[in-house]
Write a protein that binds this ligand. Structure first.
Ligand SMILES: NC(=O)c1ccc[n+]([C@@H]2O[C@H](COP(=O)([O-])OP(=O)(O)OC[C@H]3O[C@@H](n4cnc5c(N)ncnc54)[C@H](O)[C@@H]3O)[C@@H](O)[C@H]2O)c1
Length: 270
């Protein structure tokens, strides 16, 4: 005899993010990793808010958003502009009673810092890369915390192998990603008692606008497809699905980790 609750067909089809509110920073166009994450989350039933950097990005994001079944909330936030983060969460607080997930998929370095001699890294270029690509994880997590309290919320950011090993031309961004991964651990420890988890995904190279700024990016793609255990590159959907897992209750015991989504490339020695 069956004892317990029989699930209706509707309940069985529910996604693992059904009814969860997730805010995503970093959609610029349809190639953005953040857009792959948005699509995975929408498939899993999440309500979305998208933070865009400036008016130009806003127009592009507005057009993309028309492809989503549930219209997302769209709000502007440039992490280098004083007060933008606070204004963003004040505005979001008028729409939502809380936040269950936050995706940080933003980074920036000047093109001239992503090639040539690492010793030529300028202070301005170093500081800007750190502010946009690493500090912003701290700023955004702090901004979202009052709305994440007590909801088993989860924060996910995007890193790359160049944080850990020297990758030709990645230069100042490798140092920023090292800071991002370390910040992931410090934040996880800091906000864990508030019930908030923080993890990073270290994604293999994917052809996006930002990635094309890295000198000779094509050779990173080729090398990975030839040598990675899975003999292929990863794509936005691979990362989107892992992000959905890390944002969902399926990963409730995981925090402070860097999870590689790289077809196994990072396990290789010589
Ligand atoms: N593409 C890859 O190969 C790869 C691999 C591993 C990790 N990543 C990381 O994934 C993340 C997303 O990058 P992507 O490859 O999708 O490129 P992308 O160019 O599509 O996204 C970068 C995003 O950063 C945003 N951004 C830049 N400066 C900002 C600012 N001042 N304020 C707010 N937003 C700002 C841009 O608006 C854009 O949406 C980045 O952290 C990147 O380093 C990318």
């Amino acid at each position: 005899m069956f004892i317990g609750h029989r699930h209706t067909a509707e309940e069985r089809n529910m996604g693992m993010m059904e009814g969860k509110n997730v805010v995503i920073f970093g959609v610029a166009n349809k190639r953005s990793i953040a857009w792959g994450i948005a699509q995975a989350l929408q498939r899993e039933g999440a309500n979305l808010a998208l933070g865009f950097q400036n008016e130009r990005m806003g127009e592009a994001v507005n057009k993309l958003a028309a492809d989503l079944d549930k219209p997302p909330i769209l709000l502007q936030c440039d992490v280098t502009v004083d007060g933008d983060i606070e204004r963003f969460f004040d505005a979001l607080g008028k729409e939502w009673d809380g936040i269950d997930g936050l995706v940080h998929s933003i980074a920036f370095a000047k093109r001239e810092e992503l090639g040539g001699n690492f010793r030529d890294t300028s202070w301005d270029g170093y500081a800007l890369a750190q502010q946009v690509s690493a500090w912003s994880l701290i700023g955004l997590t702090k901004g979202a915390l009052p709305m994440m309290e007590g909801r088993d919320a989860s924060v996910v950011c995007l890193s790359y192998y160049g944080a850990e090993k020297v990758v030709t031309n990645y230069n100042v961004m490798g140092v920023a990603k090292a800071a991002l991964e370390s910040s992931t651990r410090y934040l996880a420890s800091d906000v864990g008692p508030h019930g908030v988890r923080v993890n990073a995904i270290s994604a293999g190279p994917i052809k996006t606008v930002s990635a094309m700024g890295v000198g000779d990016f094509g050779s990173l793609l080729d090398s990975m497809a030839q040598r990675a255990p899975l003999r292929r590159n990863v794509d936005q959907a691979d990362v989107g699905n892992t992000a959905a897992f890390l944002l969902s209750p399926m990963s409730n015991g995981i925090t402070g980790q860097v999870l590689y989504v790289d077809a196994g490339y990072s396990i290789l020695g010589i």
